[in-house]
Design a protein around this ligand. Structure first.
Ligand code: AMP
Ligand code: MG
Length: 412
């Protein structure tokens, strides 16, 4: 058996980050930026008002209430046509440019119309009141996004606010997925004796898509050398990485490892973990091929520990693993010593005590996809007896962790 650490090193050493390419901002969500982005213009581009109200000279509001003569009305998207002189004010709407001469805004709620041409300002305001200066958000020359940043919705907004339409980023990987096995049936067709439905392909396609990859469905390959070889060959021709499931354990008809050995530079491993002990990995024509085990939970855990980190590394990510937190195992997570690290399927919640709490999500067999589907975390149980009730355990968070506490606001 090899350690999980050495298996990961073997894989990660062979899946380097892909060269950055120009990507339109519209297609960049979730990609890793490969250049610093420097603001070439100011945001906002001009001083504007944060409130509906009147643009005034702050000095004119001394000794309020004061009456000022209205010069004009300035709406967002329109340039002022006149300056505001002493004793004057311009009606102004949120986002509109501050007119020359004015240096403050009085919100409409603090004013009263005397007649069509005059407004009474009821409060004294300081210079700059409700004025958003040019460059107040992003200033020219500032590094607004650094290389390595994973582009989020807000980042795309920042780029758009600067008029940037394309950035250098590590490209999305195109990942092909094939299921192997004579027993596998597609879709809802009637099952002949001995047949089961293919679930791994749907799961692995979804996991790869969720990791930010484009995915290609390579179908089911029956257990013949010709069929599996053809699927893998098609995959490496069309994709940047190929994921297979099944055919990597000890059995005689575990063909994936045989084929990967013949057509590529393959390493077959027995890793000291449960589930997901068998794993094959090789480069075929330079394209990484991941041979995950066939049991549904094993293929998912193997993807989480060996596939996802490598795909993320290829897409330029610095953080390869899911978040890991120290949680409380409310009911305990017992196990037997067998020389392996166990990854137990658990349900995690944020407790009101500020800690993450986990309980088992159900049956822990490597075929029991139901309990994997019910889980949102994997508890890492080093070799030994496991964890007693209330004990600490490290967990890998696979998804959102709901909270027992609500938003800290008054209920409606
Ligand atoms: P294997 O790794 O090919 O020996 O398969 C191990 C177990 O996983 C067997 O019970 C297979 O029937 C099952 N299995 C293999 N591939 C799939 C799949 N794509 N979907 C669901 N179960 C599978
Ligand atoms: Mg099989």
């Amino acid at each position: 058996m090899v350690s999980l650490g050495s298996a990961r090193r073997h894989v990660l050493d062979r899946v380097p980050a892909r060269q950055p390419v120009p990507v339109t901002v519209a297609d960049a969500l979730g990609l890793v930026l490969a250049e610093d982005v420097v603001a070439a213009e100011q945001v906002p581009p001009f001083a504007n008002t944060a409130m509906d109200g009147f643009a005034v000279r702050a000095a004119d509001t001394a000794g309020a209430p004061v009456e000022l003569a209205i010069v004009e009305t300035i709406a967002a998207g329109h340039a002022p046509t006149s300056a505001v002189g002493p004793g004057q004010a311009s009606r102004i709407f949120t986002g509109a440019p501050i007119p020359e001469g004015a240096d403050a805004v009085v919100m409409v709620e603090r004013t009263e119309l005397v007649d069509e041409g005059h407004v009474r300002v009821q409060v004294e305001v300081p210079t700059g009141n409700h004025v958003r200066p040019a460059g107040d958000d992003l200033d020219v020359g500032a590094v607004v996004l650094a290389a390595g940043e994973v582009l989020s919705a807000a980042h795309l907004g920042v780029l758009s606010s600067l008029g940037v339409e394309s950035v250098l980023a590590h490209p999305r990987l195109r990942v092909g997925v094939v299921s192997t096995g004579d027993e596998l049936v597609e879709g809802g067709r009637e099952l002949a004796p001995g047949q089961i439905r293919d679930s791994n392909r749907r799961t692995l396609l979804a996991l790869a898509a969720d990791a930010g990859c484009d995915v290609v469905d390579l179908g089911i390959a029956p257990d013949t050398e010709e069929a599996i070889t053809a699927s893998i060959r098609r995959g490496v021709a069309e994709c940047d990485a190929v994921l297979t499931s099944g055919g990597v354990s000890m059995g005689d008809i575990d063909l994936v490892k045989v084929i990967l050995d013949r057509i590529g530079d393959m390493r077959w491993m027995q890793i000291d973990i449960k589930p997901a002990k068998p794993f094959a990995f090789g480069l075929v024509d330079g394209v990484p091929v991941f041979g995950f085990p066939g049991n549904p939970v094993s293929s998912m855990v193997s993807f989480e520990l060996l596939g996802r980190p490598a795909l993320r590394q290829a897409m330029g990510h610095g953080a390869l693993d899911r978040p890991i937190v120290r949680a409380v195992a409310d009911d305990g997570l017992p196990r037997r010593s067998d020389g392996k690290t166990h990854f137990a399927r658990v349900v995690a919640r944020h407790g009101v005590d500020g800690r993450v709490h986990v309980v088992t999500s159900g049956g822990q067999g490597s075929h029991q996809l139901g309990a994997m589907a019910a889980a949102n975390a994997l508890a890492v149980l080093p070799d030994g007896d496991g964890v007693g009730p209330g004990g600490d355990v490290d967990v890998l968070l696979l998804g959102d962790v709901p909270s027992d506490a609500g938003l800290p606001i008054d209920p409606a």
